[in-house]
Design a protein around this ligand. Structure first.
Ligand SMILES: Nc1ncnc2c1ncn2[C@@H]1O[C@H](COP(=O)(O)OP(=O)(O)OP(=O)(O)O)[C@@H](O)[C@H]1O
Ligand SMILES: [Mg+2]
Length: 239
């Protein structure tokens, strides 16, 4: 069953067309990876799905609702969760309080239900021992985990991850892959933008390549990576 459908969506900033007629379907529980050069439009695509930005043309459907005109909060309530490429936690609040915001406002729970959900989410993301630390004092891996926990606490059916592994050590990337595999195993669909390709390949069912705001190619991950188009345009190799 299809969960998300983008129908010919486009977005321009002035004369610059950033997303140029993208159509895409994501199935319930599917994990889709997205790669593409810097500035290709990947984060803008997430902004269009999550509602931070409105498309100029085309429609966005989620769970058979037309969500094209909905605000980000309404899309969150319908089950779309996201992380940001540049994490922006409430630095003066504790880790627990940050996740509680997602659990109570995002998932529409009472404070008591929200508290339980926040604690459970901290446990799942390995942050429970740091629940009382100030978010602003966390090292990078924990800031990434907090970004993940904040999104997860909204109980999404689809999670958008924007370069969540960037800047981490190999060992830390391994820990993050395990967390994301666990999220998938619980039935949450994942769309993951990442430049660290081996991390993506460990998780995703399908890989999509975006270049100049268009879908360059998509398919089985290993085949997409081996294709001449990707070698040439994404990796910069000379064929
Ligand atoms: N609010 C905005 N106003 C004007 N231009 C924008 C805006 N947001 C993005 N752009 C431009 O759109 C293009 C695509 O940006 P986007 O952030 O979607 O790329 P990206 O694929 O996520 O790149 P990266 O891999 O570096 O994160 C870039 O040229 C960017 O400068
Ligand atoms: Mg980006």
């Amino acid at each position: 069953m299809s969960l998300l459908q983008l129908n010919h969506i486009s977005k321009a900033y002035g004369a610059l067309t950033v997303i140029d007629g993208i159509s895409l379907t994501v199935a319930k529980g599917e994990a889709l990876g997205i790669i593409g050069p810097n500035g290709a439009g990947k984060t803008t695509l997430f902004n269009l799905i999550a509602g931070n930005v409105q498309s100029d043309v085309g429609t966005v459907n989620f769970k058979d609702h037309d969500i094209t005109a909905l605000a980000p909060s309404a899309r969150c309530h319908l089950g779309i969760g996201r992380t940001y490429q540049v994490p922006h936690p409430f630095g003066g609040m504790t880790v627990f309080e940050n996740v509680l915001v997602g659990a109570t406002f995002g998932a529409n729970h009472s404070e008591r239900e929200g508290t339980n959900l926040a604690l459970d989410t901290l446990d799942r993301t390995g942050l429970l021992p740091k629940a009382n630390r100030l978010a602003g004092s966390l090292p990078l891996l924990d800031r990434k985990r907090l970004e993940l926990a904040r999104a997860l606490a909204t109980q999404p059916d689809m999670l958008l991850l924007d370069e969540i592994a960037g800047g981490l050590t190999e060992h830390e990337v391994g820990a993050l892959i395990e967390s994301i595999q666990d999220i998938r195993a619980n039935g949450t669909a994942v769309i993951w933008i990442e430049h660290i390709v081996h991390a993506l390949l460990a998780v995703v069912d399908r890989l999509l390549v975006i270049n100049f705001g268009k879908v360059l190619t998509e398919g089985q991950p290993a085949e997409v990576m081996a294709s001449a188009q990707v070698q040439e345009i994404y990796l910069g190799a000379v064929a």
